[in-house]
Design a binder for this molecule. Structure first.
Ligand SMILES: [Zn+2]
Length: 695
C-alpha cells in the first residue's frame, strides 16, 4: 500500500464501517471458483491494516449465485448502495471493484453517491477517493472496461453459438417427440406412446384443418398430450396433460416436427423494468435448415399447415364474425367473404322483374375511409350455383359416401381407443412400481415407508381415475351406424330437393340449412367471378362463374323486339304497337308488358326514327301547312278530313295527323263530298315502305 493511499484515509472514514462486497456470478462459479472467494475475504485483512476494527468490517455476500448483469434483482448490491448513501460506509472493499456492478449505470451511480458521502473505494490495485477527479476518472474507466469485457465475452459466446447453429450442430432444446441420442443427434423419441400421440395430432390437423378442432378432438376423445420437463430435478421426465390451443399452435408452428433445424425464432430483449422479454422474429431472420433429422411430417406438409393456419387466423378476426340467418332471399347472407381484402361482405338488394335480387358488397373499408367499395357482385347466379351444389351434394349417393367415411372414422376411433388403453396401462405400471418400491423398503424405516406409501396411494388414485375416464369415454363412444339408421338417412336425403325447391319453404329456413352445410364462401370478381366454397368438415370447392350482367345490360330490350318496333312504326302509332307487342307475348328488358311510354323509350334508346319524321320524310304535311296551301282554316281541313276528303295519317295516340298534299282540283266551298270524290281518279295509297301518288 503506497503512502499516498494512506493519506486518503482520515479519521472520519475510520469512524464509519468498512463494507466488503463479495460477488460471484453463478452457482457454478460459487462451486468452482473458491479461489477468488478467498481473495475477496483477504481484502478484509487490508481494511484492518488500514485502521478499521475487525467488527467494523461488514461483509455483504447475499448476491452469491446471482447474475450481476443488472441491479434489479440483486439485494446485496442494493443494500450496499443504501448503506453508502446513508453515510454509514467509510470505505467499500471489492475484488476488482468495477465488478461490484456489472452495469455501467449502476457503477456510476455508486461512484456519485460515494463522492457525495465521502466514502473511499478499495480494490486489489489501490485505494480511491471518488471525490477526487483523477480517482473518479480511473474508476469510471474501470467500470467501462469491465462492461466492454462482458460485452466481448458475450459476443464471442454468441458468435460460437451462431456458427454452430449455421451448421445445424447446435444442441438446442428439442420439442417433445424428439430426444438427442447417444451420438448427440436429434432423433424421434423412442417412447411409443409419445410418437403415436404426435402422429395422431398431425393426422387430426390434416383432417380438420384447424388447431382448435384438433384440440377439441383430443379433449372429446380424452386423449392426453405429452410434455417433457425442461428443468428441475425431474428434468426430462414425461408429463401427460390435456392439449391446449396454444400448445397445439406451438407444435404446428415448430419446424422441427418437419425434421428441420431451426435457431433464432425469438430474441430476448431487456425491458424497462429490467426483466427479459421474448420477442418473435420474422421467418426471414431464422437459421432454418430443412431435412436435418427425421420428422413427423414432410416439409411440404409443414408449409401447407402454415398457410392453413394463417388463413384460419384471418377467418377468426372480428370482421369475419358470422351473422345469423335473417329474412331476405340472399342465401349466403353472413357467409360471404371478400377474396380481395378478406373482410365479410354484406348484402344489398335491388329489384329486377318484380323480384328481390341480392348484391354481395364489400363496403366496410369504403364506409370507414370514404373510399369506393372494394367489390360488388350480383348475387343471383351465385345463389343459384350454391343451390345447385347443395342439391347435388345432398343426394342419396353422396350420403352413401358420407356413411362410408363415418365407417372410416369408426376405425380411427379404435385407434384412439388403443391410445386411451395405453394411458390406463401406464397408470397401472406406475402404480405397480410404487407398490414394489413400498414393499422393498425396510418397514422399520418409518419415514421412507410413509412417503412411499403415500406415493403408492397417489398412483392408485391416478390409476382409478384413468380407468374411470376410460370407461366413460367408451360409453360416450359414437355407436356405429345401424342399417335402419342408414335407410332413414337415405330417405331424408331424398326429401331434401323437394323441401329445397318448395317455394313455401321460408328464406330463413333455407339459410339455416345452408349454415349446416357451408362454412363460408369467398368471392373474387375479376374477368370472371371466382367462388370458393368451404363446407363444414373442411371440404372445398372452387367455381368460376361468368361475370353477371350490369343492371343496365339486364334491362336491355331484346333485339327482336327492337326490330319489330322499328317495322311497326311505319304503319302504327306507339300505343298501337304496345298493344300488338303484348298480344304477341313480347316483354320489355325489365320483364314488364309494354305501354306507349315503354315503346317510346325503346324508340328513343335505340334511335329509331319517329313515326312523325317517317311520314314527313314521305312528304306529308301538317294541318297548318295544309290550311295554308288551301287558303282555309285548320278546322276546315279537319272537317274535310273527317268527311274523308283528304288522306290523313295519325302519327300519335292523341289523334294528330299528317296529311297527303292536296291535288289540283280542290273542292270549292260547299262542294259536296261525293262530287269531290268523283274528281279523284284513284285514291292515294300509302304502304309501309313507300308512298305513291297518282300523277
Ligand atoms: Zn373487400
Amino acid at each position: 500500500m503506497s503512502e499516498a493511499s494512506h493519506q486518503k484515509v482520515h479519521a472520519s472514514h475510520l469512524r464509519r464501517n468498512a463494507y466488503l462486497y463479495v460477488r460471484q456470478s453463478t452457482m457454478r462459479q460459487v462451486f468452482e471458483n473458491t479461489e477468488s472467494t478467498k481473495r475477496q475475504y483477504a481484502l478484509r485483512q487490508r481494511a484492518i491494516a488500514l485502521g478499521w476494527a475487525v467488527e467494523q468490517v461488514v461483509v455483504i455476500d447475499s448476491d452469491l449465485g446471482q447474475s450481476g448483469a443488472s441491479a434489479v434483482d440483486r439485494e446485496g448490491f442494493q443494500r450496499l448502495v443504501t448503506e453508502v448513501s446513508l453515510g454509514k460506509a467509510g470505505i467499500v472493499l471489492g475484488l476488482e471493484v468495477s465488478r461490484l456492478a456489472r452495469n455501467s449505470t449502476d457503477w456510476h451511480r455508486l461512484l456519485e453517491i460515494c463522492a457525495l458521502s465521502d466514502t473511499l473505494i478499495l480494490d486489489e490495485d489501490g485505494i480511491y477517493d471518488p471525490a477526487h477527479f483523477n480517482d473518479r476518472l480511473l474508476l469510471g474507466l474501470k467500470g467501462t472496461m469491465s462492461e466492454a469485457e462482458l460485452h466481448v465475452l458475450k459476443a464471442r459466446l454468441q458468435g460460437g453459438i451462431l456458427n454452430k447453429a449455421r451448421r445445424g450442430e447446435l444442441e438446442s432444446p428439442l420439442p417433445v417427440g424428439f430426444l438427442y441420442n447417444a451420438s448427440h443427434q436429434a432423433a424421434m423419441d423412442p417412447d411409443g406412446q409419445v410418437q403415436t400421440s404426435l402422429r395422431f395430432f398431425f393426422e387430426t390437423f390434416r383432417r380438420t384443418g384447424s388447431a382448435m378442432a384438433t384440440v377439441k378432438a383430443f379433449r372429446g376423445q380424452g386423449v392426453l398430450f405429452p410434455r417433457r420437463l425442461k428443468k428441475g430435478l425431474h428434468k426430462g421426465d414425461l408429463l401427460w396433460a390435456e392439449l391446449t390451443h396454444s400448445r397445439a399452435l406451438q407444435v404446428l408452428h415448430n419446424p422441427r416436427y418437419a425434421g428441420a433445424f431451426v435457431y433464432g425464432r425469438t430474441r430476448t430483449r431487456a425491458q424497462a423494468d429490467g426483466r427479459d422479454h421474448l420477442q418473435k422474429r420474422p421467418r426471414g431472420e431464422w437459421i432454418l435448415l430443412p431435412g436435418v433429422h427425421a420428422g413427423y411430417l414432410s416439409w411440404q406438409e409443414f408449409e401447407e399447415n402454415q398457410q392453413c393456419l394463417s388463413a384460419n387466423a384471418q377467418a377468426h378476426g372480428n370482421d369475419r364474425r358470422k351473422s345469423p340467418a335473417r329474412e331476405g332471399p340472399a342465401l349466403l347472407q353472413g357467409l360471404v367473404l371478400c377474396g380481395k381484402c378478406g373482410r365479410r361482405m354484406t348484402v344489398r338488394y335491388h329489384n329486377h322483374k318484380a323480384q328481390l335480387i341480392p348484391d354481395y358488397v364489400c363496403q366496410r373499408q369504403g364506409i370507414e375511409h370514404g373510399r369506393p367499395v372494394c367489390q360488388s357482385i350480383n348475387g343471383e347466379e351465385i345463389d343459384k350455383t350454391i343451390s345447385e351444389i347443395l342439391l347435388e351434394t345432398m343426394t342419396p349417393m353422396a350420403l352413401e359416401v358420407a356413411l362410408s367415411v363415418q365407417q372410416e372414422m369408426q376405425a380411427r376411433m379404435e385407434e384412439v381407443d388403443r391410445l386411451r388403453r395405453k394411458q390406463v396401462e401406464r397408470a397401472r405400471y406406475e402404480a405397480d412400481l410404487a407398490e414394489r418400491r413400498y414393499l422393498q423398503v425396510d418397514p422399520a424405516n418409518r419415514l421412507v415407508a410413509d412417503v412411499l406409501e403415500g406415493e403408492w396411494n397417489a398412483k392408485l388414485r391416478a390409476l382409478h381415475g384413468a380407468q374411470e375416464e376410460y370407461e366413460r369415454q367408451c360409453r360416450d363412444h359414437l355407436p356405429a351406424v345401424t342399417d335402419a339408421a342408414r335407410t332413414r338417412l337415405s330417405a331424408l336425403a331424398g326429401d331434401f330437393p323437394q323441401v329445397w325447391v318448395d317455394p313455401e319453404t321460408p328464406d330463413r329456413e333455407k339459410k339455416r340449412m345452408i349454415r349446416l352445410l357451408v362454412e363460408d364462401v369467398t368471392l373474387v370478381k375479376r374477368e370472371r367471378v371466382n367462388m370458393h366454397v368451404r363446407f363444414k368438415g373442411g371440404a372445398m370447392r372452387n367455381l368460376e362463374l361468368p361475370l353477371p350482367l350490369l343492371a343496365i345490360e339486364m334491362r336491355k330490350t331484346n333485339e327482336e323486339v327492337v326490330r319489330e318496333v322499328d317495322r311497326l312504326l311505319d304503319t302504327y302509332t306507339e300505343g298501337e304497337i304496345a298493344l300488338m307487342l303484348n298480344e304477341k307475348g313480347m316483354c320489355s328488358g325489365a320483364g314488364n308488358s309494354f305501354t306507349q311510354i315503354a315503346v317510346q323509350r325503346v324508340r328513343r334508346t335505340y334511335h329509331l326514327t319517329s313515326r312523325y319524321d317517317r311520314l314527313r320524310a314521305l312528304g306529308l304535311i301538317t294541318v297548318g301547312e295544309m290550311a295554308q296551301r288551301l287558303g282555309v282554316t285548320s278546322s276546315a281541313v279537319k272537317y274535310w278530313k273527317v268527311r274523308g276528303v283528304f288522306r290523313a295519317y295519325r302519327y300519335n295516340d292523341k289523334g294528330e295527323c299528317l296529311y297527303a298534299p292536296p291535288r289540283k282540283n280542290l273542292p270549292g266551298k260547299g262542294t259536296r263530298k261525293q262530287a269531290y270524290l268523283k274528281q279523284l281518279e284513284r285514291p292515294l295509297s300509302i304502304k309501309s315502305d313507300e308512298v305513291q301518288y297518282e300523277a
